[in-house]
Design a protein around this ligand. Structure first.
Ligand SMILES: NC(=O)c1ccc[n+]([C@@H]2O[C@H](COP(=O)([O-])OP(=O)(O)OC[C@H]3O[C@@H](n4cnc5c(N)ncnc54)[C@H](OP(=O)(O)O)[C@@H]3O)[C@@H](O)[C@H]2O)c1
Length: 302
């Protein structure tokens, strides 16, 4: 089986590369250095990699800087809407299944939890660009996998921000009114590969379908911060934080408005993949796992 992986250096891309290799896939990984999808040349080179020897495509590239997107609208739409439109069209023409990752931020958060049948109502530019991307991908017979609040030991994410702040400061302020499903990139990637295998066998997700694939436990940002700090203390991190003050989103204004309740139910994923899927792990288990990897990374770096 040959997998074309676009965005192999991201949180999800990196873990998908590992999971696919473990399952015996041959992986052709494209990265921004050689395939900058904001340039006509980069996109054209990526399109040339789509041919009939490829069994499936995972497109995990994206513009993910949610606040910066408010001032970089064109760039954000280029990566989150235009590139997937062209890539999914090329895949459809050759009959190659195309899996694209979307987000809970396509919803406005007033009516969560949101099933795969709910229509997007984004609050910010990032969400708007991803909602547009979804529409293109689905009309080009692609498959859309929605996830949320992704974290790993690499790059930028909520877990790493909270850990850093908790190592430095005695008090943190964290919003209590945003609820969602934190999703470990490792767990997501493992289930995604299982889903691709099932889909290639005719049992998984069909063309033009959407699937929510998120971590099992839905919590507020504040509850998640508590779990991160509890786990970090238990693992021996020298945590300075003693108080995590719960505040409202209004008390922490950011350039991009976030949805308040963007939980994504998991019934469809459970039906397709069963209770043994990696995203069935508890938030505590997955948080511990990622924190152990952070420790490992630090000890490797000396
Ligand atoms: N992070 C979340 O909380 C979250 C939540 C819901 C859904 N998602 C979705 O999940 C997917 C993966 O997210 P992630 O957290 O893994 O993202 P990430 O860590 O920010 O990685 C994004 C990937 O896109 C690549 N990329 C950025 N600009 C590019 C360009 N101009 N040309 C080619 N590649 C480019 C990055 O390359 P470089 O390494 O060179 O930067 C990286 O490989 C995205 O579709 C995102 O919308 C994420």
């Amino acid at each position: 089986m040959k997998l074309l992986l676009i965005g192999s250096t991201g949180q999800i891309g990196h873990e998908t590369l590992q999971a696919a290799k473990q399952k015996g896939f041959e992986v052709l990984a494209l990265d921004r250095q050689h395939y900058d999808l904001t340039t006509a040349n980069g996109l054209s080179l990526a399109l040339q990699q789509i041919n009939s020897t490829i069994d499936a495509i995972v497109d995990a590239q994206a513009y993910t800087a949610v606040d910066d997107a408010e001032k970089n609208r064109d760039l954000c739409f280029q990566l989150n809407s235009h590139a997937p439109k062209e890539l999914s069209l090329a895949a459809h023409r050759l009959g190659v299944p195309y899996f694209w990752i979307s987000t809970d931020y396509i919803f406005n958060g007033t009516a969560g939890p949101y099933s795969e049948k709910d229509s997007p109502h984004p609050l910010n530019t990032y969400g708007e660009s991803k909602a547009r991307g979804e529409a293109h991908v689905l009309s080009n017979h692609g498959r859309v996998i929605r996830t949320a609040w992704v974290y790993s030991e690499r790059r930028k994410n909520f877990l790493l921000s909270i850990l850093k702040a908790a190592l430095e400061r005695p008090e943190l302020r964290v919003v209590h009114d945003q609820i969602g499903n934190p999703t470990s990139a490792t767990d997501f990637a493992s289930d995604l590969i299982q889903l691709i295998q099932a889909s290639l066998g005719g049992d998984g997700l069909k063309a033009k379908e959407i699937l929510n694939l998120v971590g099992r436990d839905a919590v507020s940002r504040h509850q998640w911060a508590e779990q991160i700090i509890l786990s970090a203390k238990a693992l021996g991190f020298p945590i300075k934080c003693e108080t995590i003050k719960a505040i409202s989103s209004q008390e922490m204004p950011l350039p991009a408005t976030r949805p308040l309740d963007s939980r994504l139910p998991r019934e469809k994923a459970l039906e397709l993949l069963g209770h043994k899927m990696a995203t069935e792990s508890s938030l505590k288990e997955s948080t511990d796992h990622v924190l152990r990897r952070v420790q490992q990374l630090h000890s490797d770096q000396g």
